[in-house]
Design a protein around this ligand. Structure first.
Ligand code: GLU
Length: 435
């Protein structure tokens, strides 16, 4: 295969802080839809900021005996439609504005699907890869204890996100259970979702975000009369979302021709086997230098010929430069907030379709809701049942968004917010504010 002699650039373009204020970008997106539906200014003002922003500085004993201070966050954006819900992110660049944006997006994800949840997000500013398992456990337990009753099974329900997984959720659950009253222990399992199966998780939760993306892509393909079998795709980020997506799309006959992460980018026009790549990743911690593909630069990655592009890494990766490079027909946003508004304008003008994050990656929170319901009812649903319910909900919501976009003559992202905002507005109109 063709390869390049040029050394790959540093994979990550810039630090998250330099990329702009994520919360302002999120508000800009919401504002566009608020204008379209003529949202009541009273509701607009309420949604323009989170209800609660919590910052906790806490110490953790490291393996070498030293004590280190960490900064933890939990932002609760809105709970008009149900308890705050959203992930916990462990990342060395975690910051308050990012959490605020991510929390707000959770409010809209749940409202869009008519799931009885609100929106929240949190995490710890830490490079989780640099912690030992014992340190990660101590950090998680101490953080959960410090959060105290700021989380709860009917109040605020964390889930995995970047840098966290089922094991982290189980430590959170266990810590919370141990401070809850003895007789309530089992009743509070659903204080977190995304747990491992044996500790109360749901079948299908770990693949859910990737599968939700695939269901959206299938709806798009049906509408466009586009054949997924034999088509090509690229993925940025090969964590939980990117790797499941790659597996599931490959099973449907699509060919992964490029992939990249924090370590670098690779390409192979003949296709990259996602199973083998995942095995390689497990050892190396990055897809870079995988033998089954050639190393390319970030710029070359964005310029690859392909049908579908799935950003599944961090926010604000697609700027004006990337928008001009991309040659795909569809961008399906696995990451939250991967696209700058200016880049979106260029892409839409160029005829590239975009399935926006709040819809595209919502499979995770949908199955989190199923996990929460199973815990509440002491039930265990089979994988096929979870998949069937997710398929139906994603398809129904996708078509509602499409209809709204056609009817209101707006882009898909704006349509997503129009639907979610209308639901929130109706709830405020009915309930008013206290007192
Ligand atoms: N962290 C995921 C997201 O951003 C899942 C949240 C959840 O399951 O509550 O949507």
């Amino acid at each position: 295969m063709s390869s390049t002699n040029k050394a790959p650039e540093k994979a990550k373009k810039s630090s998250l802080k330099d990329r702009g204020n994520l919360f302002e970008i999120a508000m800009q997106q919401v504002s566009k839809a608020a204008d379209v539906i003529k949202l009541d200014p009273k509701v607009r003002n309420i949604l323009a900021q989170p209800k609660n922003e919590l910052i906790i500085n806490f110490p953790v004993q490291m393996d070498d005996g030293s004590w280190k201070m960490f900064k933890g966050y939990r932002v609760q954006h809105n709970n008009m439609l149900g308890p705050y819900k959203g992930g916990m992110r462990y990342h060395h660049e975690a910051n308050l504005d990012e959490m605020k944006a991510l929390a707000a997006w959770m409010t809209y994800k749940s409202a869009l699907h008519d799931i009885p949840f609100g929106g929240g997000k949190g995490g710890v500013k830490v490079a989780s890869g640099e912690l030992s398992m014992r340190e990660k456990e101590r950090l998680t337990r101490r953080f959960t204890h410090a959060l105290g009753n700021n989380i709860g099974p009917e109040w605020d329900i964390p889930a995995p996100d970047v840098g966290t997984d089922g094991q982290v959720m189980v430590w959170m659950m266990d810590t919370y259970m141990n401070v809850a009253g003895y007789n309530d222990k089992n009743a509070v399992r659903r204080v977190v979702t995304g747990k491992t199966i044996i500790s109360g998780g749901s079948h299908g939760r770990s693949e859910a975000t990737g599968l939700g993306l695939v269901y959206c892509i299938e709806e798009w393909a049906r509408d466009k009369k586009f054949n997924l079998d034999g088509c090509t795709f690229t993925v940025q980020g090969f964590g939980n979302v990117g790797s499941h997506l790659a597996n599931l799309l490959t099973k449907r006959g699509a060919v992964m021709v490029g992939v990249g992460d924090h370590g670098g980018y690779i390409a192979n026009p003949e296709g990259i086997n996602p199973h083998k790549l995942l095995q390689y990743m497990a050892g190396k911690g990055t897809v870079a230098k995988y033998q089954g593909a050639a190393e390319i630069t970030r710029e070359q990655f964005f310029g690859l010929e392909c049908d579908l592009f799935v950003p599944a890494a961090l926010e604000l990766e697609i700027g004006v430069d990337e928008a001009n490079l991309l040659k795909c027909k569809l961008i399906c946003e696995g990451a939250n907030g991967p696209t700058y508004p200016e880049a979106e304008e260029i892409l839409l003008k160029r005829g590239v379709d975009i399935i926006p994050d709040v819809l595209a990656n919502s499979g995770g929170v949908v199955v989190s809701y199923y996990e929460w319901l199973q815990n509440k009812r002491s039930e265990r649903w089979e994988l096929e049942e979870v998949r069937g319910r997710l398929a139906k909900r994603m398809a129904t919501t996708y078509q509602a968004v499409r209809q709204c976009a056609l009817h209101r003559k707006v882009d898909m992202r704006t349509a997503v917010y129009c639907i979610a905002l209308e639901r929130l507005q109706q709830a405020y109109a009915e309930r008013g504010i206290f007192p």
